[in-house]
Design a protein around this ligand. Sequence first.
Ligand SMILES: [Zn+2]
Ligand SMILES: [Zn+2]
Length: 140
Amino acid sequence: MMEEREIIQRLKEKGYVLSMPRIAILRYVLTHRTHHTAESIFRALKEEYPNISMATVYNTLKLLTKEGVVQQVMIDENKVIYDSNTYFHPHFKCRVCGKIEDLQLPFNFQVPEEVDGKKIEDVHIYLYGICEDCRRKLGV
Ligand SMILES: [Zn+2]
Ligand SMILES: [Zn+2]
């Protein structure tokens, strides 16, 4: 994974203007390698950066997605999740409590570089079901 300084350097070379809130968002996603939403990042940073806005969070996440620093996980139809773990990994969503987790497949899956003459750039695997906690509570 890329280091903060390296990423900032690269973004500057590409002509992005990196304001303090933008750098704070970048630092936050790099130090919290997990799932985020625009709202959760906004909530986490607004106290320390009172002039941060949702618009800044959205446009920074858009540019970080474009530059491959985070990846969008579209497992939930109601919200976009930004994952700062950009290595390929499947996601699971519990249909009862809505929680979204990383998942380890019970077999080895390698993202193919090419299939049938098509160059593969992106693979997403989303699994839906009922999590352990909800199964226990519901007895299913
Ligand atoms: Zn659940
Ligand atoms: Zn994930």
